[in-house]
Design a protein around this ligand. Structure first.
Ligand code: C2O
Ligand code: CU
Length: 459
């Protein structure tokens, strides 16, 4: 996520007077923002829950049409997996698809081994696997789940397989967050053929990353959100294969950023826009003034492909009639300052199509060996010609420099964008877990074609 306040403010001033070209005929015709259903759950004992989930083809309504998608639990996006810090969740997952699949709990700090976030497990059609997630403390935040069987990820994600995962923690009780109207917004694009099926991948889709013309928020086109309180907390998730969202509010209203990926930042930061790349999340507070309609817009962004990018409205926000509780939290959570001089290991990673460090992914080759507990300094460089969003499993990182310049505020992330020629410095603490997992480009087509590498961390 990059935030460039100065250039964005100029742009937003322009927005305030621009006619609402992309708005539909009348707000009253827009669907309400769909609520995402909770995945069926049983409490087995204190601190232990069981959740049922399956992957299956299903018919769902998309933009007034019957679409034939691949879904989790028959809904699109998939049902909400809501966990609490400190609890253990048994996730009973059944594959009712005609091909193998699995689950990746994107961003969740759990082991990459056993039955936790283990992407090496593949579940054949008709079979069930019980994942077991021990949710550590201190990771309350916004995550998501999606398939991660190498080579099939892009197709399965495009077919509709993606759902939100939230971890709740004690911080949600703080003033400024406790009374907020909390909404999940899964942003995902799609294109359907005449029969209502996701359009198939073509050669250039593998190259550029597949995009569709339907911009969906929780599966709906330009829905309206009726705020129930003076402060809205939007948990924004980009679950697209390749589409970047450059989010801003109409009328130059600021977004109060409170969390990046799965972690709170130290205090709210007012930003004019948020660039949300595939896989990335951002939690923002929005305070619509009574009597004033806001729009969440997607501003043009050129990620150096042939895709044409234009400004569009994603969602309309109607203020609450009685907007109470409009205070903002003062402090959120500590983000420790990591020092590059404490890094035990330095790595240089280059990204270009379809390689990491000049080589395509090979699951039998270990590209990076790390030691449990080490702090590592990763220099990641985009040596290609288009943007690539970088993602690391299991461990999160802090960006300490972009082309040598420090970031405006400290934040934990598991996703970060690289423009062509850009070089980032990341500090990665390899804490708590050992095992083999991957880092890769989250344009899922690029990952499937080989922009992925394997890291093994041992004690
Ligand atoms: Cu969201 Cu390796 O993925
Ligand atoms: Cu890429």
């Amino acid at each position: 996520m990059t935030i460039d306040r100065r250039s964005a403010l100029g742009l937003l001033r322009g927005l305030a007077t621009a006619p609402l070209l992309t708005r539909r005929a009348g707000a009253s015709q827009s669907p309400d923002l769909p609520e995402i259903p909770l995945a069926p759950l049983r409490r087995l004992e204190p601190g232990l829950i069981e959740i049922d989930l399956d992957a299956r083809p299903a018919h769902v309504m998309v933009d007034g049409r019957r679409a034939r998608l691949w879904t989790y639990g028959g809904s699109f996006p998939g049902p909400l997996v809501r966990l609490s810090e400190g609890e253990t969740a048994r996730l009973r997952f059944t594959n009712r698809l005609p091909e193998a699949t699995n689950l990746h709990f994107h961003g969740l700090h759990v082991p990459p081994t056993g039955r936790a976030d283990n992407i090496w497990l593949h579940i054949p059609p008709g079979e069930t696997l019980v994942y077991e997630l021990e949710v550590p403390r201190g990771i309350a935040g916004t995550y998501w789940y999606h398939p991660h069987a190498h080579g099939t990820i892009a197709r399965q994600l495009w077919a509709g397989l993606a759902g939100p995962l939230i971890v709740e923690g004690p911080l949600e009780a703080m003033p400024g967050l406790a009374g907020a109207d909390e909404r999940i917004a899964v942003l995902k694009d799609l294109a359907l053929d005449e029969r209502g099926r996701p359009t198939p991948h073509r050669v250039h889709d593998w190259h550029e990353g597949k995009q569709g013309d339907l911009l969906l928020v929780n599966g709906a086109v330009q829905p309206q959100l009726r705020a129930r309180a003076g402060t809205l907390r939007l948990r924004l998730i980009n679950a697209s294969n390749a589409r970047y969202f450059r989010l801003a509010l109409s009328d130059g209203e600021p977004l109060h950023l409170i969390a990046t990926d799965g972690h709170y930042i130290e205090k709210p930061v007012d930003v004019a826009e948020v660039l949300l790349v595939p896989g990335e999340r951002a939690d923002v507070l929005v305070q619509p003034e009574p009597g004033r309609i806001l729009e969440l817009r997607d501003l043009p962004y050129d990620r150096r492909t042939t895709h044409h990018s234009m400004e569009r409205t994603l969602m309309t926000i109607l203020p609450a009639a009685h907007a109470t509780g409009r205070e903002l939290p003062q402090r959120l959570d500590a983000v420790p300052a990591l020092r590059a001089k404490n890094a035990a290991v330095r790595r240089h990673i280059t990204m270009a199509m379809f390689f990491m460090n000049g080589r395509p992914f090979d699951p039998r080759r270990i590209d990076a060996r790390g030691r449990l507990g080490d702090l590592e300094l990763w220099q990641v460089e985009n040596v290609g010609t288009m943007d690539h969003p970088f993602h690391l499993h299991t461990w999160y990182f802090q960006v300490i420099a972009r082309n040598g310049r420090p970031e405006p505020f400290r934040a934990w992330r598991d996703m970060v964008n690289l423009k062509p020629g850009e070089r980032l410095e990341l500090l990665v603490p390899l804490s708590n877990y050992t095992g083999r997992t991957v880092y890769h480009c989250h344009v899922s087509e690029h990952g499937d074609k080989g922009m992925m590498a394997l890291i093994e961390v041992t004690a």
